[in-house]
Write a new protein. Sequence first.
Length: 217
Amino acid sequence: MLAVIRQDQPVLTFLSYPNNPTGNCFDTEKIEEIIKASQGVVVVDEAYFPFSRKTFLPMLKKYDNLVILRTVSKLGLAAIRVGFLMGSRTFVGELNKVRLPYNFNSLSQILATFYLDHEQVFEDQLDRVRADREFLFSRLAGMKGIRPIRSDANFLFFCCDFDSYRIYDYLLDQGILVKNFPVLGDLRHCMRVTVGNPEENEEFLRALQEFIAKQGV
């Protein structure tokens, strides 16, 4: 990636932190190398920060070409479509010149203050999601033929020793929707499941274990 950046000097480079769909955070030092090597803007999307608690925010004063994106979508407020950008004063000033004058409706602004006024309630919910994520990971890791990856987001990415199409269809028949990756290469037979409430997590685990049992494993 560094070789391509030095050769082509892209105007914009986007990085997800944590990454989607794997849920992992890339190495901090490697991302900083990318920022240093880039003459263009490097955008670090921290949409899943509430679950990772890892951020490049302290580096904003160090790098003028660093921009950070956040959103309230992953907190359970996706429908209001509220996000925000943080960057150098110069960059934000230039961006404001081309920003649409009514890019953010009044109702969404009012609803966004609901989060600010009840932040502790959301924090308590995030604590539960992180705890349930660890529970879900440990249960998946104990299943034969299932290989989950540690996650810093609100979902878990896992690979299967079975045909993921069959798992997907089996779960869907029971009203459980997960993300399947019907592609060749490294993502073949891999899936992503969102951390739900305890009842939803147990139902997913039950159905998945039931599928595995039917394979005679």
